[in-house]
Design a protein around this ligand. Structure first.
Ligand SMILES: Cc1ncc(C[n+]2csc(CCOP(=O)(O)OP(=O)(O)O)c2C)c(N)n1
Ligand code: SF4
Length: 319
């Protein structure tokens, strides 16, 4: 059994490196989302993934923006950064550049990612940094109480557009699949935990930025959106392939299936562009695409090296 000192600044506590990690090593305080909120299900699947992959809490980072979903890091015993609305992706990119040894997860709402954070979103796809990004898409601004978001369905009544959302909803999948250097795009639903978990696991094992859109119920403000699909599995089509997500326990319930090779970008774009049925699975994956963090890995500079550099710079101005 080997010990090492916790790398957290100022900590230094001895940690047993070979310990078998259990759920209790990750579970934080009781989550304060509304009863029935889909965020609970995502948290449970993520905790299951952390245990399965035995990710060390002190080596794992959850970065979020602002929103109901962005409270995620508070409910885990890993490191976390509950940041600024729309800025989770650039914060996470910076963390990964400086600490490539950390497993980095990003949690965003649809307002967070696709509205105020949209510019960062597009560039993060292109930068293809090694991390998992989760879009918890409840089609509404939940935390600020029911404003139209980019993914609110046209005609859906909200507090900002009481007569119904004016525009057709933005399609996050086609947006990502149309972005240069995209490397992993998947869609899953929080009410199908087995599929959610299998998708998150595939995302975690991907090289590059693995982006997972998670369809999420918000019983408080958008309960009508997925109600029928939850009750009627025939409204959901699972994309299946040896390189995709396979969940045998869903065979008996989710019978609508479509073979899709996730390496085929043209087919992925076409499938993502069709409104119905609700398609779940890996739309696209390509592990050969360049990753910004691998190309621009920041070399660790020791305190002494830094001091020497500073002195050399100051010497230039010495009289
Ligand atoms: C710069 C800035 N603008 C606006 C807000 C107000 N605000 C907080 S959360 C939020 C939207 C939350 O919606 P979403 O990202 O979809 O997450 P959800 O709450 O639905 O999980 C907004 C507009 C803010 N905190 N900061
Ligand atoms: S308002 Fe909606 S998204 Fe926010 S915690 Fe409640 S159910 Fe979840």
């Amino acid at each position: 059994m080997s010990d090492f000192a916790c790398s957290a600044p100022g900590c230094g506590t001895a940690v047993d490196d070979d310990r078998e990690l259990a759920l209790s090593d990750y579970e934080g305080p009781v989550a304060r989302w509304c009863p029935g909120c889909g965020d609970h299900s995502v948290l449970t699947s993520v905790e299951r993934l952390l245990v399965a992959e035995q990710l060390k809490p002190e080596q794992t980072m959850f970065v979020s923006g602002i929103g109901c979903s962005s409270r995620f890091p508070h409910y885990l015993k890993t490191y976390g950064f509950h940041g600024i609305h729309g800025r989770a992706l650039p914060v996470a990119t910076g963390i990964k550049l400086h600490r490539p040894d950390l497993a980095v997860f990003v949690v965003m709402g649809d307002g967070d990612c696709c509205s105020i954070g949209a510019a960062h979103w597009v560039h993060a796809i292109r930068y293809n940094t090694n991390m998992v990004a989760m879009l918890l898409d409840n089609s509404i601004y939940g935390l600020t109480k029911k404003q139209t978001s980019p993914t609110t369905p046209q005609g859906f009544k909200t507090n900002t557009q009481p007569a119904g959302s004016f525009l057709p909803q933005l399609n996050p999948l086609t947006t990502m699949l149309g972005t240069t250097n995209v490397s992993f795009v998947a869609q899953t639903a929080e009410w199908i935990p087995a599929h959610l978990y299998a998708t998150l696991r595939a995302a975690y094992r991907h090289r590059g930025l693995a982006f997972v859109r998670i369809l999420q119920r918000c019983p408080m403000y958008t309960s009508a959106i997925y109600e029928r699909a939850v009750k009627d599995p025939s409204m959901v089509e699972l994309l299946v392939h040896d390189d995709g997500v396979t969940v045998p326990e869903l065979d008996a319930i989710y019978r609508t299936r479509r073979a899709h090779d996730p390496h085929d970008l043209t087919a992925a774009r076409q499938l993502a562009d069709e409104d119905a049925p609700i398609r779940l699975g890996i739309f696209f994956r390509d592990e050969q695409r360049p990753c910004y963090d691998e190309i621009r890995r920041v070399r660790k500079v020791s305190a002494n090296e830094r001091l020497a550099l500073l002195e050399k710079e100051l010497d230039r101005y010495a009289v």
